[in-house]
Design a protein around this ligand. Structure first.
Ligand SMILES: [Zn+2]
Ligand SMILES: [Zn+2]
Length: 426
């Protein structure tokens, strides 16, 4: 399930608020009704979408605050203005809401609009903010906001993981698909113990180059480096622009969650609070994957499967990461097992670069492929049991064939990856 789909109005290009009533979903214009009816379409179909904080209209929205439907009555004019019941609010505005500081919220928003304290507009805005701050019933983390990507480094992973588990255990709501409280607690407990993998730049480049064309692979324990885990790439990758994916066992399969990063472009003084409260990872794609499900490189979680395949075919090696002393001490103080972070990189060649394709080599070999390509996976019936009369299916996974250093030839393009020395990995 994609958690990043934003819906906008095709007439005015404003991102809309989503209202669920049982199984049905309706949409409203932000803040107050417009003159026209909403025309909800996926935001990706529109050339430009206005998706900003509903109170200050300046920053990217982080939280969806829920209130009753707010109406403001102007007694002397006998007018009732109807507003919304969902409020997409940026991080700075949310700080004022959480502090129950109505006037600070109005001051902040009025100053953006250059409305004077005490003016009619200011008073009206203040009434609306009173309704939001005092009438709020809860808040949900917005996963539909597209943030500029943040770079994740290997030594950041324990903290990144711990902030994610903190978020899962917090009172804040997540999108309905991943909001079940028991499931959130279970996931947090599993992630507490999960090994973390940081894919180095060179390996990420390889995954990115071959992932689009990766043939279907069968999801199984054998394919995964460990039964559960959290993988992070140093930058966003694949069609889903993912920065990380977690996998944890469930009944008959696994829960896979892809994440984007959150929080760049915020005022510097608010960053520590945001990192503490929400962290770095924003869920972007959640899916229950049954055992032996078939996933190819076009799947939103394709880069994870490609990474597993390349690790599985022993193209990569995982080395324990050196963690900052502060991190290990903090874990020891709270009596926690030290975090298990591994840096995954392409295996260095056994011979020195350049010595591989000597003349005698080339002459002595039959026609070796001059490029790398994917070989599809398949199912093989293996004989077993008494007299080997029984058959059980064995999955032969797809693999990337051809020597390292050769260009990668895929369906439509040839990609040549730059060579880097094996030592430059963190
Ligand atoms: Zn509209
Ligand atoms: Zn705001």
């Amino acid at each position: 399930m994609n958690l990043t789909t934003l819906t906008a109005c095709a007439t005015c290009n404003h991102a809309l608020t989503e209202h669920r009533h049982g199984n049905s979903i309706s949409f409203r214009h932000p803040v107050a009704d417009h003159e026209h009816e909403v025309v909800p379409v996926p935001a990706a179909r529109l050339p430009q979408v206005f998706n900003r904080c509903h109170t200050c209209s300046g920053e990217l929205p982080v939280w969806n605050y829920r209130t009753g439907l707010i109406q403001i009555m102007t007694l002397d004019a006998d007018v009732i203005e109807t507003y919304n019941s969902h409020w997409h609010v940026c991080y700075p505005c949310a700080q004022h809401i959480e502090a129950d500081d109505v006037d600070a919220l109005t001051d902040r928003c009025a100053s953006v609009m250059r409305w004077r304290h005490g003016s009619t507009e200011y008073t009206q805005l203040n009434l609306l903010h009173r309704g939001i701050v005092l009438g709020r019933e809860g808040r949900t983390l917005l996963t539909t906001t597209q943030w500029p990507a943040t770079r994740l480094a290997a030594e950041m992973l324990p903290k990144t993981r711990d902030r994610l588990t903190g978020l899962l255990r917090s009172a804040a709501d997540l999108p309905p698909a991943i909001n079940d409280r028991d499931a959130r607690q279970r996931l947090a407990n599993q992630l507490d113990l999960a090994p973390m993998y940081w894919i180095n730049e060179e390996f990420t480049e390889l995954v990115e180059a071959v992932s689009d064309d990766q043939p279907p692979a069968r999801i199984s324990e054998e394919l995964m480096p460990t039964p559960s885990g959290l993988i992070a790439w140093p930058r966003s990758i694949g069609p889903g622009q993912l920065a990380a994916v977690s996998w944890t066992p469930q009944l008959d399969g696994w829960q896979l969650i892809g994440y984007r990063t959150i929080g760049t472009a915020l005022p510097e003084h608010l960053m520590p609070a945001l990192r503490h409260e929400i962290g770095w990872l924003l869920p972007a794609h959640a899916e229950h994957v049954p055992r032996r499900a078939s996933i190819d490189g076009n799947h939103p979680l394709g880069p994870l499967i490609t990474t597993w395949l390349l690790i599985n075919q022993q193209m990569a090696e995982a080395l324990p990461a050196k963690l900052p002393k502060g991190t290990t001490r903090a874990y020891q103080r709270s009596n926690r097992r030290l975090p298990d972070v591994r840096i995954v990189r392409i295996k260095p060649r056994s011979s020195t670069p350049g010595s591989r394709s000597t003349k005698s080599d080339a002459a002595g070999c039959r026609a070796k492929p001059d490029h790398r390509f994917w070989v599809s996976g398949h199912e093989r019936q293996q004989a077993w049991g008494p007299g080997r009369t029984l058959r059980k299916p064995i999955d032969i996974q797809p693999f990337l064939k051809g020597e390292e250093g050769l260009p990668i030839k895929l369906s439509t393009t040839v990609r040549v990856l730059g060579n880097r020395s094996a030592g430059s990995d963190s």
